[in-house]
Design a protein around this ligand. Structure first.
Ligand SMILES: Nc1ncnc2c1ncn2[C@@H]1O[C@H](COP(=O)(O)OP(=O)(O)OP(=O)(O)O)[C@@H](O)[C@H]1O
Ligand SMILES: [Mg+2]
Length: 287
């Protein structure tokens, strides 16, 4: 039985009990700021539209959607263990985590943002969220902030300093690198040597920081595999009704064997709008 099949079986067993879990740890209160749009001048603190995030089912909910928080907590614990625990020694760039999926629109951005929020709100770790889905960027839009120069501007040389494209947000421990201005070579830039050097720098200069990359899908975008080679961990989002096991296998079979690979089954845009949660985690062999 493959990791994916085992994971599916495990998920099926646990999905009922998970939905009945109650939350035991209180979340820190998050204040809802007025819906102010971010100013675009250099290095302004970006104001995240928390009320709108809450409305759309994101983690910022001041205590109402307990199960989704629990599920993200579980995912987060695994990722943090891999990033900083014993396993980290066996991973290259253990603090760099990509979020991808087989196909578009399976919930990558939703998962990437929720994870970033979950870590930033509950842990003493700083999180850097990078919108690396440069052809279909949506992190800034989802967070309710204006577009700002980002990773594409840095990779294309428009923005020279990394510090120019890393933004503070009004969530203390959450930093953001937006996608930036559209560029005709966006995907190629993602697969460039400059990107590899940038990933090295992020991993080495900020070893105690979690870096989450919201990536393009794996099927049909070859650069995503190149990006995957720069990461220590990958989280593959699977929309239950969209990707078959064959799709998931096709999407993951070329991933680097050393990557810590996790799967998230997301029941996106369905009646319950809930995340079923994390149901598999494996290393190495994917068959
Ligand atoms: N579990 C969920 N609960 C509620 N809404 C969700 C959930 N998952 C996804 N969504 C919503 O579904 C839509 C598509 O999700 P999202 O943008 O995260 O997908 P994506 O994989 O990033 O898409 P793309 O390939 O276009 O980047 C968004 O509006 C998102 O907010
Ligand atoms: Mg997306």
């Amino acid at each position: 039985m493959s990791i994916i099949e085992k994971a599916l079986a495990k998920q099926q067993q646990s999905s009922t009990s998970k939905s009945q879990q109650t939350q035991t740890n209180a979340e820190p209160e998050t204040s809802t700021t007025p819906n102010t749009k971010a100013v675009t001048d250099d290095k302004a603190t970006l104001i995240i539209d928390k009320a709108s995030l809450e409305e759309r089912g994101y983690l910022i909910d001041n205590g109402t959607r307990k199960s989704i928080k629990d599920e993200f907590r579980q995912i987060k614990r695994k990722l943090l263990n891999n990033a900083f625990g014993n396993v980290s020694k066996t991973l290259h760039h253990s603090n760099l985590i990509m979020v991808s999926s087989a196909k578009p629109n399976e919930g990558k951005t939703f998962v990437a943002i929720n994870l970033a929020l979950s870590i930033a709100l509950e842990q003493d770790k700083t999180v850097l969220l990078i919108d690396a889905d440069v052809l279909r960027p949506s992190v800034s839009r989802e967070l309710g902030i204006n577009e700002n120069p980002g990773i594409i501007d840095y990779l294309s040389g428009q923005s020279e300093q990394v510090s120019n494209i890393i933004y503070n947000t009004d969530i203390d421990k959450l930093k953001l690198i937006p996608a930036g201005k559209p560029h005709h070579l966006s995907n190629e830039l993602l697969a460039s040597e400059k990107m590899a050097n940038f990933a090295n720098e992020l991993a080495n200069r900020y070893p105690d920081r979690i870096v989450i990359f919201d990536c393009p899908p794996l099927i049909g975008v070859t650069e995503t595999l190149v990006l995957a080679n720069l990461m220590g961990q990958a989280l593959i989002v699977v929309e239950e009704s969209k990707s078959s096991i064959a799709d998931i296998k096709a999407a993951t079979e070329h991933l680097n064997e050393d990557l810590a690979l996790g799967l998230v089954l997301n029941k996106a845009i369905r009646s319950h709008k809930d995340l079923y949660g994390y149901y598999g985690y494996g290393y190495g062999t994917k068959d």
